[in-house]
Design a protein around this ligand. Structure first.
Ligand code: ADP
Length: 473
């Protein structure tokens, strides 16, 4: 049984650990692949933007060149026409000198002069002879004509900026002050020194939100683990309690049987002695009869306890509660215990307060409760030989007190002794058998009357149990 339980707990713990490791690993993987995916998307987006810008520049340049060519082909060409062209085509604002090598290659080409991109093109001139046009771009025009048009309408949280060689920002689709740069992508030949940079606003960057989600999952997972561990702990406690209860129950059966045996063997012994006529005189015979009566009363009490306990457990215990004086009930109990008390040399102090009010009680139940308290006082008196019984009224309650000078109860046990089957596991206690349901019954009876039972005790000095029942109005 124990091994099976250990195995079960081990299996659950192992499963939990595997779950934890798997969860952690897959979370990390998910986070890594989400970040990778996001980076790829960002790169695509930046590359697309770069391509768009490049195409736009080339197209604008193409248009400029066509119009320049048209001017040059015009028979009415004059140098001032170039001025007019330049005003209409703000993309180019400078004329450049062309290095010698270019002449030989011919065609059209971008090249760098310092940090400036210059477009050089050979185009047919007015007389049909080739003319070399070399044009430097206006940065402002690139911004307004190309960048603002191609990158300006960007939707979504990401923003794009164009950076020059020294990482200075040439253009941004929106202000980037509170954003994080994710990556940069270079342009082609048309803008060789510039790059497109993709930014993510701080709060809503997908990487940040992936991280936040990962953290959230980790927290949820940790919580789950905590719940599992707590559940395990709780289950372990329940299982332990259950098996403790099973043990207590089997003890209970053994204890009850033993308790029944003692009075039975006394009854049988005295009965047989009488039957065989071995009692010498009338006085002895009377004494034997008395023992038989008393022991059968004890038997009845024990059996009543067990039966009542099973009725309580089954929810079938009924109480007939009515106004009743308390003193006669206590006297009846003491009378029933007169013989065992006297036999063991107990001195009983009884203190009944005068003018006690009637209480709202089930007389038989209260007698049973008090009998259990007196029985315990005898059983757990150790060397002590004094028992004090007192009845008094306290406000709207009548208090019935049974005190002994016996072995006492350790503070930690004071609550538990009212639990069913609970017996303090000490050699002194175990020496005197009991069923462990006596005080559970007392408590149930007290509460059924709307009252309660309390205990004050010190180990080695004795215990005082007080049963409170309500005064009849
Ligand atoms: P039991 O049949 O064992 O007496 P009870 O429910 O009456 O069962 O009592 C529970 C336990 O409380 C006892 O086993 C004993 O250890 C402790 N107990 C009860 N009454 C006293 C007392 N007067 N003095 C010391 N211990 C007591």
């Amino acid at each position: 049984m124990n091994r099976a339980r250990l195995f079960t707990f081990g299996a659950v713990i192992a499963a939990t650990a595997v779950l934890a490791v798997l969860g952690y690993v897959s979370l990390r993987q998910w986070q890594a692949s989400a970040e990778l995916l996001f980076r790829e998307q960002a790169r695509d987006m930046a590359a697309m933007a770069a391509e768009k810008v490049e195409m736009a520049i080339l197209k604008t340049e193409e248009e400029c060149l066509s119009s320049l060519q048209a001017i040059l082909m015009d028979p009415a060409f004059r140098p001032e026409s170039i001025e007019a062209w330049s005003r209409k085509n703000p993309l180019f604002d400078r004329l450049r000198e062309i290095p010698q090598g270019f002449w030989e290659r011919g065609g059209r080409r971008h090249f760098l002069v310092g940090d400036q991109v210059v477009l050089a093109a050979v185009i047919p001139g007015p007389s049909g002879a080739p003319v070399l046009a070399a044009m430097g771009r206006s940065e402002a025009a690139v911004k307004d004509l190309v960048l603002a048009k191609t990158l300006g309408g960007l939707e979504g949280p990401s923003l794009l900026a164009v950076l020059d060689r020294a990482d200075n920002q040439v253009y941004a689709s929106r202000p980037v002050d509170r954003a994080r740069r994710v990556l940069t992508v270079g342009f082609g030949e048309a803008l060789p020194t510039w790059r497109v940079a993709l930014y993510q606003p701080d709060g809503i960057s997908p990487i940040g939100s992936v991280r936040r989600q990962a953290m959230l999952f980790t927290a949820a997972f940790a919580l789950l683990l905590v719940v599992i561990v707590l559940g395990l702990g709780a289950t372990y406690r329940v299982v332990r309690r259950e098996s403790e209860m099973a043990r207590l129950k089997s003890d209970f059966v053994a204890n009850v049987s033993h308790d029944l045996k003692t009075p039975l063997s006394l009854i049988r012994m005295f009965g047989e002695t009488l039957e065989l006529g071995r009692a010498p005189d009338e006085a002895t015979r009377r004494e034997y009869y008395a023992v038989i009566t008393r022991e059968s009363e004890r038997l009845t009490r024990l059996i009543d306890n067990v039966l009542d306990f099973s009725r309580i457990e089954g929810g079938r215990r009924r109480y007939d509660i009515a106004p009743h004086p308390v003193e006669p009930l206590v006297h009846d109990v003491l009378e029933a215990f007169r013989y065992p008390l006297a036999q063991r040399g107990f001195k009983v102090d009884v203190a009944m307060a005068p003018d006690l009010p009637e209480a709202l009680v089930d007389p038989e139940a209260v007698k049973q409760a008090v009998a259990n308290l007196v029985d315990n006082a005898i059983k757990y008196s150790g060397e002590g030989r004094r028992i004090a019984v007192a009845v008094r009224s306290e406000g709207d309650r009548v208090a019935i007190e049974v005190a002994d000078e016996g072995i006492g109860i350790a503070p930690g046990e004071a609550e538990r002794i009212f639990e069913k089957f609970y017996r303090i596991g000490r050699s002194e206690t175990q020496a005197s058998r009991g069923s462990g349901v006596g005080l559970a019954l007392v408590k149930h009876i007290a509460e059924a009357h709307g009252g309660r039972v309390k205990v004050e005790s010190r180990p080695g000095e004795g215990s005082r149990f007080t049963l409170y029942v309500p005064v009849a109005a």
